[in-house]
Design a protein around this ligand. Structure first.
Ligand SMILES: O=C[C@H](O)[C@H](O)[C@H](O)COP(=O)(O)O
Length: 167
């Protein structure tokens, strides 16, 4: 499996660690930078490229996921989710990492490099990469609503039970 990585200065150390770890574990890492420490670099530059790499691979039928890393993971997740076809989940525990795949079929995971130990973050990424999407009908339906909104910008209809005054 190919794994696209992007970060900023706050995620640089973890990205370097993960690149080696991924290679050692049979993955094909693709590093979108940064490659040197620059305390004022900007995560969108690198995380948008990583997310685009995942989406392009998957459009060609390749097995591909992404990892974006910053101080909190928040901005990196937001950046990745700007790319059409990317679903980026923020992982801050093993459970949120696995749920990102099981329930959300996320194809990119965001991690906060200033929030956890190196071992914990590596484990979150490992869990994310190794967990399959459940494929359950309810999750497929919800993901379909998001994809449809991406394409049409039309809101999904409210169910009868959720209309104001119907409670
Ligand atoms: O959400 C954004 C990330 O956490 C960034 O890594 C963070 O904002 C960078 O902060 P600073 O520029 O203060 O190092």
């Amino acid at each position: 499996m190919r794994v696209h990585l992007g970060s900023d200065h706050a995620g640089l150390d973890l990205k370097a660690h993960l690149t080696t770890w991924l290679t050692d574990h049979g993955y094909e890492p693709v590093d979108h930078g940064p490659f040197v420490f620059d305390a004022v670099d900007d995560y969108p530059v690198f995380c948008l490229r990583a997310a685009e790499g995942v989406v392009a691979d998957r459009a060609e039928g390749l097995d591909s996921l992404g990892v974006v890393i910053g101080g909190s993971g928040n901005g990196e997740q937001i950046a990745a989710n700007k790319v059409l076809g990317c679903r980026a989940a923020l992982a801050w525990s093993e459970e949120t990492a696995s749920l990102g795949r099981e329930h959300n079929d996320a194809n990119v995971v965001a991690v906060g490099g200033r929030m956890h130990s190196l071992d914990d973050m590596t484990r979150f990424v490992q869990v994310f990469l190794e967990t399959p999407f459940s494929g359950d009908e309810r999750h497929v339906r919800r993901i379909g609503m998001l994809s449809s909104y991406d394409e049409t910008h039309v809101l999904p209809p409210l169910p009868a039970s959720a209309r104001p005054g119907d409670a």
